[in-house]
Design a protein around this ligand. Structure first.
Ligand SMILES: Cc1ncc(COP(=O)(O)O)c(C=O)c1O
Length: 437
């Protein structure tokens, strides 16, 4: 192999100089070197079709020239200001986001990560309502700060235990493994009622907010029935709480035909958090809310974010927004997502290891099981499939509480040919895995 020494050198330094708890994909971790559009290349020069987009982040593809150009221009002008000084890029981005946000959500606070955005959203809800307690969902993922890990509903992502009090977790709408052992739609979305039961039995009876992802990302692309969030919002309002939609994975058109995942449920959130796809990989996140809720922060004390709203990241994001509006539109996500989903459903008929195909548009999950009747989770098959897809030259993700869900979420610029190529590679990899189940 051409660059084998380079690969060994990178992996050697990773092992010696980085924390050992970095989660790395593949039996031998994969050092990447460059990217272009839908493809990335490793240090050995091997090409991969990227259907995970660096965890749903390179929304408009790798090394997109318009984004690179915007970054170059801004880098030459001014790289950093801190939030002490307003600048053109971040006010323009805030204005742009206000145009595509639902309802009267129009006021932003930029931050460097999704974890920081969720933390800020929770403080904002507490400040506005005067209540402290928060309801989150089991299997959810909210970040790696103390608040993020406590909001998260999966033990393995809560390193060192939870530290924040007043956060409670309701049952999640996991239809494939219904926590109430019921079946949709005859269940009448009974799981939504658990939000009320949780408030009445585990809180003071007044809550600051309910926080959830419209599709649970790290949780394994768990997708609620369409009525679920509306029922939950009505309940949460009765107990004084705001609705926080974590759009870190579902935002920017990924779920199809709408800009935001929560719009699929016809729910008007009070606060939204976003990150990942917002700037194609530049570290940027945002909390958005209504002018009325934002007003609660006016005399609440001092706050800054050193890297929040960084001019280069905001310039990248503005270029991303143009591409999303003109080319990688929410309509394109819906159209391409349908093709992808149809292909995955065909693969499910061929390979019984696929117990469930779920998600929306360009956010599709495959839950792998030992057999479709017992539905026993098959984490070994998921590891095998991850490895086999890499060998086929395809990058996809993995997740779920049981480690058995494949996450397929390409950049939003994906076209028919990319989807066809991904499905062929998946087909070959699944053939390999099915033999071993
Ligand atoms: C839904 C969701 N919220 C929040 C976060 C945290 O974002 P970050 O890793 O940028 O802190 C993530 C990260 O994967 C996420 O998927």
């Amino acid at each position: 192999m051409m660059n084998n020494n380079k690969k060994q050198e990178i992996l050697g330094k990773q092992q010696k100089y980085l924390f050992p708890n970095h989660l790395l994909y593949y039996t031998t971790p994969l050092p990447l070197e460059r990217g272009e559009g839908m493809y990335v290349w490793d240090v050995d020069g091997r090409q991969y079709l990227d259907f995970f987009a660096g965890i749903l982040t390179t929304s408009v593809g790798h090394s997109r020239p318009e984004v690179n150009e915007a970054v170059r221009e801004q880098t030459e002008k001014l790289i950093h200001t801190s939030t002490l000084y307003p600048h053109e890029q971040y006010v323009n981005l805030a204005e742009k986001l206000a145009q595509i946000a639902p309802g009267d959500i129009s006021v932003s606070y930029f931050l460097p990560s999704g974890s920081a955005a969720n933390e800020t959203a929770v403080f904002l809800a507490q400040l506005h309502t005067g209540y402290q307690e928060i309801i989150a969902l089991r299997h959810g993922y909210s970040g790696r700060s103390s608040m993020g890990m406590t909001l998260t509903g999966q033990a393995s992502w809560r390193i060192g235990g939870t530290r924040i009090s007043g956060i409670k977790h309701a049952l999640n709408p996991y239809c494939y493994r219904c926590p109430l052992k019921m079946t949709y739609p005859s269940c009448g979305v009974a799981c939504a009622q658990d939000v009320e039961d949780t408030i009445r039995t585990t809180t003071s009876g007044r809550v600051a907010a309910f926080l959830a992802e419209p599709i649970q990302g790290v949780g394994g692309f768990i997708t609620a029935p369409p009525e679920y969030f509306k029922i939950v919002q009505d309940i949460v309002r009765q107990y004084g709480g705001l609705f926080i939609s974590d759009e870190v994975q579902t935002g920017f058109g990924r779920t199809g035909n709408k800009w935001w995942g929560i719009e699929q449920s016809d729910v008007q959130p009070d606060i939204m958090t976003m990150a990942k796809g917002i700037a194609n990989g530049f570290p940027l996140a945002n909390v958005m809310t209504t002018p009325e809720i934002a007003e609660s922060t006016r005399n609440a004390g001092l706050t800054i974010s050193t890297f929040g709203g960084n001019p280069v990241a905001c310039a990248a994001s503005l270029a991303v927004m143009d591409i999303l509006e003109e080319e990688a539109t929410p309509e394109n996500s819906a159209k391409m997502g349908q093709l992808l989903r149809d292909g995955l459903l065909n693969l499910q008929e061929k390979y019984p290891v696929i117990g469930d195909v779920r998600g929306m548009s360009l956010m599709q999950g495959l839950e792998l099981v030992k057999d479709p009747v017992s539905k026993e989770p098959a984490p070994d098959a998921a590891n095998h499939l991850l490895q086999s897809t890499q060998e086929q030259g395809l990058l996809i993700g993995k997740g779920g509480l049981y480690g058995n869900v494949m996450r397929i979420a390409p950049p939003l610029i994906t076209n028919e040919e990319h989807i066809e190529e991904a499905l062929q590679k998946l087909d070959r990899a699944l053939g390999d895995v099915q033999k071993a189940v």
